[in-house]
Design a protein around this ligand. Structure first.
Ligand code: G1P
Length: 293
């Protein structure tokens, strides 16, 4: 079975939910405490053993490329000022990854963005990480999916139960539980899936969250399908097309997911991540307690 070596990060979206902050800055660069959103995803890929990062960018996204590049001026300044810790932090970012970029000229949907990475991915399985979905987990979420992939040699998507009133914001699956590792509570075999259904038409309360391990058949499926929800080429529709000839699994991951693409979700993640920080948590907790809320 082919090993998953590459992770695709679609990052060409316009970030309209965060205007005006995202007018001149990519949403992937919004910081949670002191690290840009996309870096959380990149670190998750690295910690899952996937070292080759492919970022699908668009217009106005050069800050992402600069972030993962070496900053000679900054490193020089920190060196002359003997700021060793900061220097190490800055170097760690550029040393971290082997990164390639491909441009999505028009924002025609998530499936379209993934298809742009076809040449760079080639004929091998790969991961997709949506950096809006920040997942705090003991075992990185992508690692959890890779364990399933390595067992079944089939595509796997991350699943989470969501309440009925928000189900129409997601790709939703119709799936049956599968016994796995002695339990039946996390693994599903997917029968069907639908992108952003009306709440009344959702096949279940199991939503797809932004982590995928995909086999390369997805590319020809994405080419074959028509635009779907929102007039866009949807990854969910591509997966549904793959389902005609191959099994796809869903895994209800362990961990806490934050929708950092949403203002409230972003604020929740900021507060909880700050509280967990060894250098900030204590003082921040005390500060929060002084607020009359
Ligand atoms: C995308 C996918 C959707 C998935 C969601 C997870 O939607 O199209 O299937 O459930 O990510 O965050 P978006 O949030 O980009 O509208």
């Amino acid at each position: 079975m082919a090993k998953v070596r590459k992770a695709v990060f679609p990052a060409a979206g316009l970030g309209t939910r965060f205007l005006p902050a995202t007018k001149a800055q990519p949403k992937e660069m919004l910081p949670l405490v002191d690290k840009p959103l996309i870096q959380y995803g990149v670190e998750e890929a690295m910690q899952s053993g996937v070292r080759n990062i492919l970022i699908v960018t668009g217009r106005g996204k050069t800050a992402i490329e600069d972030h993962f590049d070496v900053s000679f001026e900054l490193e020089h300044l920190l060196e002359t000022r003997h700021k060793k810790d900061l220097l190490a932090t800055v170097r760690a970012v550029s040393d971290m990854i082997d990164v390639s970029y491909v441009r999505q000229k028009e924002a025609l949907g998530l499936g379209h963005a993934v298809l742009r990475a076809r040449e760079l991915v080639g004929d091998e399985p790969f991961a997709v990480i949506l950096s809006d979905d920040v997942i705090d987990a003991e075992v990185p979420c992508l690692r959890q999916l890779l364990d399933v992939y390595e067992f079944y040699n089939a595509s796997v998507v991350a699943l989470m139960e969501v309440p009925n009133e928000s189900i129409s914001a997601y790709g939703v699956v119709d799936a049956e539980p599968v016994a796995h590792n002695g339990g039946r509570d996390r693994l599903y075999r997917i029968r069907n899936m639908v992108e952003k259904p009306k709440a009344s038409e959702a096949p279940s309360n199991l939503a797809i969250i932004g982590r995928y391990v995909l086999t390369p058949e997805i590319f020809s499926s994405l080419e074959a399908i028509e635009p779907g929800s929102g007039g866009e080429i949807q990854l969910t529709d591509g997966l549904k097309h793959v389902l005609r000839s191959r099994p796809i699994y869903g895994y209800k991951f362990e961990g806490k997911r934050y929708d950092a693409g949403d203002k409230l979700g972003f604020l929740k993640a900021t507060v909880e991540f700050a509280l967990k920080r060894y250098d900030l948590g204590q003082e921040f907790r005390e500060y929060l307690k002084t607020l009359s809320i």
